[in-house]
Design a protein around this ligand. Structure first.
Ligand code: GLN
Length: 489
């Protein structure tokens, strides 16, 4: 399935193929490649084919008009922390047991209404906590470029499914980089929109003030096609904004106006950055100069505190959000507890993995009466300063360019015993979530070992159209022709 969204739709509407044949080929690629990738936790063969048949019936009566619905017959993979009615939602955890949500997330309702077909639920770090997928209770996803390496996390399954050509597009969630970081490590586009752009209704909460559903695609136009369907106000999520949703797919293909200002922070290209990533990023900056950008030096003085601030706020919110898994409301309950409190304790002890427990403890600690002011409150204050840094920077430039990750994909086991080293992987991505601004990761080359490298573009609130346009301009000028080792033909 190396086809893009537009081609799929055109072929279906021109009767060159059917939604059924398209979905069938995605399903068989998912089934075959899952043995090596472990990207899917559930494959929705029956449901997807049934839906594809319905789409075929509808398009027959639509007589060749490829305008609506806009994603008719497009196979899509969904991270296993986003609710799809009737399919499992495990969040990569044991604690949800066989839980199947009785409702769709708003993003899913909108995708289905546009004709997209959910082919399966993708593997992820437990409750989206991680940067390597090694925290999934169901074993890690493998990177399609090199299966001895991590795909990134936490939305590694969705990133791998798109990179391996199983589906053209997939959904993930991004609390601190979980869409952009795996996108960079797997060589695909990953976009986290502005906080409030996409409804979080039906996305299992991790850090509610940071969480946002994000999109994986192999090109910016496909990401735009999905974003324009799922974005916008939702009465089920009071944090969604009334901001109008542009036709992103049209905006994406518009030519760049020369003289746009691209901000670069030299301090972010300093210490700790892999040499090959640095070289790729420098080359990308030059490529944008060639596309008409004016390069502006900017400074984000509080970015150095971002990891510390993120890991206080994210764990605090997680400790509160995860209190609901008590063995009563959802699927899993520990057996044979003598009393209610023991049942809670045993359920949580057996149901949660090590990283989730670490974060619940950290989060509970930073919120406790004696430490709240020193940690949580302080972190919120620095978060406000960081937001101000971006507001100041966006007076001088239109968009900021940074690396997405400090290194290309690392090997399994390399960082699992050192949580701090793992957390440092998020150094370039967490700032966008803390500030609420949108960001996109775009593939910008391969390392000498043939591993993808990603550049990140960050923009002001609601600048998704511009980010997609800049990603598209870069991809058109620098097509990424190499394919991963594991790829569906
Ligand atoms: N890697 C970060 C973490 O572990 C981000 C996770 C995410 O965005 N869901 O928290």
């Amino acid at each position: 399935m190396s086809l893009n969204v537009t081609t799929i739709i055109e072929r279906i509407f021109s009767r060159e193929t059917t939604a059924r044949a398209t979905v069938e080929s995605a399903l068989s690629a998912a089934e075959t490649l899952n043995e090596s990738l472990n990207a899917f936790l559930e494959i929705n063969r029956q449901g997807a084919l049934k839906r594809a048949d319905e789409i075929d019936a509808e398009t027959k009566s639509a007589a060749g008009t490829a305008t609506s619905p806009s994603l008719a017959g497009v196979p899509i993979a969904i991270k296993d922390n986003i609710c799809v009615k009737g399919l499992q939602t495990s969040c990569g955890s044991r604690i949800l047991g066989p839980y199947k949500p009785p409702y769709n997330a708003t993003a899913i309702d909108r995708l289905l209404a546009a004709g997209a077909v959910v082919i399966g639920k993708t593997n992820c770090d437990e409750f989206a906590m991680g940067s390597s997928n090694e925290n999934s209770a169901f074993g890690p996803v493998k990177n399609p470029w090199d299966i001895s390496r991590v795909p990134g996390g936490s939305s590694g399954g969705s990133a791998a499914a798109v990179a391996a050509g199983i589906v053209p597009v997939a959904l993930g969630s991004d609390t601190g980089g979980s869409v952009r970081q795996p996108a960079a490590l797997c060589g695909v586009i990953g976009m986290k929109p502005t906080y409030g752009r996409i409804s979080r209704y039906g996305l299992v909460a991790f850090g509610s003030s940071l969480d946002q559903i994000g999109i994986f695609a192999r090109n910016a136009t496909d990401a735009a096609a999905v974003l324009e369907v799922i974005a916008g106000r939702d009465s089920h999520d009071a944090t969604t904004a009334e901001v109008p949703v542009p036709k992103y797919s049209d905006e994406t293909e518009k030519n760049l106006e020369p003289g746009f200002r691209l901000g670069v922070s030299r301090t972010l290209l300093g210490e700790g950055l892999d040499e090959e990533v640095r070289r790729s990023i420098e080359a990308a900056i030059e490529a944008y100069r060639g596309l008409g950008a004016q390069i502006v030096d900017i400074d984000l003085p509080h970015a150095k505190y971002a990891i510390a601030v993120y890991y206080i706020i994210a764990t605090a919110e997680a400790s509160s959000n995860l209190a609901r898994y008590d063995g009563v409301r959802y699927g899993f309950r520990a057996e044979e507890a003598p009393a209610l409190r023991d049942m809670y304790k045993r359920t949580r002890e057996e149901g949660f993995g090590a990283e989730v427990k670490r974060r619940i403890m950290l989060g509970t600690y930073v919120l406790s009466a004696g430490y709240y002011d020193a940690y949580y409150l302080k972190a919120q204050q620095v978060r406000a300063l960081l937001r101000q840094d971006f507001a100041n920077a966006f007076k001088q430039c239109d968009v900021i360019l940074t690396p997405t990750t400090p290194t290309p994909a690392f090997k399994f086991g390399e960082k699992v015993d050192d949580p701090l080293a793992m957390y440092l992987n998020d150094i370039y991505t967490v700032t966008a979530n803390l500030a609420g601004i949108p960001g996109i990761s775009v593939p910008c080359g391969l390392s000498s070992e043939g591993l993808p490298i990603g550049l990140q573009l960050l923009g002001p609130y609601w600048s998704e159209a511009r980010l997609l346009q800049l990603a598209h301009a870069y991809q058109s000028a620098h097509p990424f022709s190499r394919r991963p080792q594991v790829y569906a033909e």
